[in-house]
Design a protein around this ligand. Structure first.
Ligand code: ADP
Ligand code: MG
Length: 307
């Protein structure tokens, strides 16, 4: 199968030819889109390299899902609604089974959030995937990293550490179970992001690790520090049963790939369902991890950094 046959069979589909704001999807020289009046466009792009961002032997459908999910998570962190995606695929060979699986995983997540794949590029090369997404947010209402203030609660939209525990399980040879699913099929928190508009004062998604991404948020904020309360970190049944105390703590604090929203909540705002208060922003510079008695706990690693 050549490049054009692959595109026509798997990406030039009926679902991709129509969608909110889509005048023209894959097939012409470029896509034609109509933005919603009164909205800002929100754009983001992420590249996934095999064996760096996902195990090369991960099922193709999971790779497809995941490559869109990590992008949609950035839209969620901005409080945006997902609209359109572009996909650049670099493939070592024209393997129709693999591309078909990939397209299926990608399309199932896209359909579930109302995002349309409107174009892309397909080339031969080492396995790598770049996705660009565009979302929309009512003008001026996007959630930014910059609004946190001292005294505000530090909150997270789920259980951090499950994806890292899933990666450890994968590396031990496990191929299913709830933790592996959190790694293979992260669920971008788009509904929560929209709910946090006008509620959270700052927001970021956890991709590199809780402490690392908290540092990224602080770097853009006027507030210089935060305290993370170790006993307040939530545990699921699956995470509680995985690994020893030390590995679990490392997964919670520094494991990447969770794609949960981390946000600052002012005193007058109510905590949304399924979210947890895990600490507070502080005028004291730096990030501290505190134990049950309020004593600082030494932390070896904060998260991922590619260089
Ligand atoms: P060009 O040579 O003009 O760049 P291409 O052959 O790369 O055109 O692409 C032809 C059409 O197929 C374009 O509309 C492009 O957006 C679409 N396309 C190519 N690859 C993909 C892909 N992986 N996913 C979705 N659409 C794609
Ligand atoms: Mg092209």
């Amino acid at each position: 199968m050549d490049e054009f046959a692959l595109i026509n069979r798997f990406f030039r589909t009926a679902a991709n030819a129509a969608g909110p704001g889509v005048r023209l999807g894959p097939g012409d020289d470029a896509a034609l889109l109509t933005p919603t009046p009164g909205c800002d466009l929100v754009m983001s792009m992420d590249t996934l390299v095999a064996d760096r961002h996902f195990p090369a032997d991960m099922p193709a459908a999971d790779v497809g899902w995941r490559s869109l999910a990590v992008n949609l998570s950035d839209l969620a962190a901005m409080g945006a609604r997902a609209r359109w995606a572009l996909l650049s695929l670099s493939l070592p060979e024209a393997d129709a089974d693999w591309v078909g699986g990939f397209a299926r995983g990608f399309a199932s997540l896209a359909a579930s959030v109302g995002c349309t794949l409107v174009g892309g590029d397909t080339v031969r090369g080492p396995l790598s995937i770049t996705v660009q997404v565009t979302g929309e947010v009512p003008t001026g209402q996007a959630l930014l990293r910059s609004g946190a203030r001292a005294g505000q609660r530090l909150c997270v939209g789920g259980v951090p550490g499950e994806a890292a525990a899933g990666l450890a399980a994968w590396q031990r040879g496990e191929r299913d179970g709830p933790l592996v699913a959190r790694l293979a099929r992260p669920r971008p928190q788009l509904a929560l992001g929209e709910q946090l508009r006008g509620v959270a004062s700052a927001c970021i998604d956890i991709s590199d690790g809780l402490l690392a991404d908290l540092g990224h948020l602080l770097a853009e904020s006027a507030v210089p520090g935060a305290d993370v309360h170790l006993p307040a970190l939530p545990l699921s049944t699956a995470l509680a049963a995985a690994g020893d105390d030390a590995s679990r703590q490392a997964w919670q604090l520094a494991g990447g790939d969770d794609y949960l929203l981390l946000f600052a909540l002012p005193a007058e705002q109510v905590l949304p369902a399924d979210c947890h208060v895990i600490g507070a922003f502080s005028a004291e510079p730096g990030v501290r991890v505190l134990d049950a008695s309020g004593q600082p706990v030494p932390v070896a690693r904060h998260g991922w950094n590619h260089f």
